[in-house]
Design a protein around this ligand. Structure first.
Ligand code: ADP
Ligand code: MG
Length: 229
């Protein structure tokens, strides 16, 4: 049974159409990599999934339930945890306040998030503004986990971070995959790291799905053609 299903969605920013037919699905416990060059529609697809932008046509469903008309908080309540592009934390609030503001009942608590990201556990009383970029990104992931989602969406979560911090974040993602039944939709530039966690991949180009398959089936021809690597 599919957890998330996105069927041929189209979407626009005012008069500027950005998506022309994106299709993908995520099964429970599965890690799906959403790939494509800059500006191809990855974040826009994510906005539609999280109900931050409404598709003009097509369908998004969660557990087979059509999400049309849902406000974004209903998508969150139904189990979609988003780590958006950029580091969205509340700078004046402490680490603990950032985490508990988003909390809903479940296995993810201050204790389990602190275990996943010890740097956060050591800084619960510190203001988010005083954290490094990497720590803020960990906090953004921690906030999404505190909602106890069934699907975690990571939009370029390692972008612009120092290599050592990137490694900590990838290690956490690998742990999430190995130790929890969380489904993950991940956008990232590092195919090498994605290969260690992703079960399947979808490639989009110009706002359209172009290829879908097992991550292991991604050939150099495909990555060169669609990703320029
Ligand atoms: N807020 C916005 N207003 C207008 N156009 C946008 C906005 N955000 C993205 N776009 C456009 O939509 C297209 C897809 O962008 P995006 O989904 O952010 O791509 P990606 O995440 O793959 O880099 C691009 O042409 C981009 O310029
Ligand atoms: Mg993007």
């Amino acid at each position: 049974m599919t957890l998330l299903s996105v069927e041929r969605i189209e979407a626009a920013y005012g008069p500027a159409q950005a998506l022309f037919g994106v299709t993908l699905d995520v099964a429970p416990g599965e890690v799906l990599a959403l790939l494509g060059r800059n500006g191809m529609g990855k974040s826009t697809t994510i906005k539609v999934i999280c109900r931050l932008l409404t598709a003009s046509t097509g369908k998004v469903s969660l557990d087979g339930q059509d999400m049309a008309g849902w406000p974004s908080h209903r998508a969150a309540r139904a189990g979609i945890g988003l780590v958006p592009e950029g580091r969205r934390v509340f700078p004046p609030l402490t680490v603990e306040e950032n985490l508990t503001a988003a909390a809903r009942p479940g296995d993810w608590t201050l204790a389990t998030v602190s275990d996943l990201f010890p740097r956060l556990g050591e800084r619960l009383g510190q203001r988010a503004a005083s954290l490094s970029g990497g720590e803020q990104q960990m906090l953004a992931i921690g906030r999404a986990l505190m909602t106890n989602p069934r699907l975690l969406i990571l939009d370029e979560a390692t972008e612009g971070l120092a290599p050592v911090v990137r490694q900590e974040i990838w290690a956490a993602i690998r742990r999430l995959k190995a130790e929890t039944g969380l489904a993950i939709l991940v956008v990232d530039k590092s195919l090498k790291e994605l290969a260690t966690v992703a079960d399947r991949a979808v490639i989009i180009e110009g706002g359209r799905s172009r290829w879908a398959g097992d991550f292991a089936e991604l050939t150099p021809t495909l990555t060169e053609r669609y990703l320029g690597v």
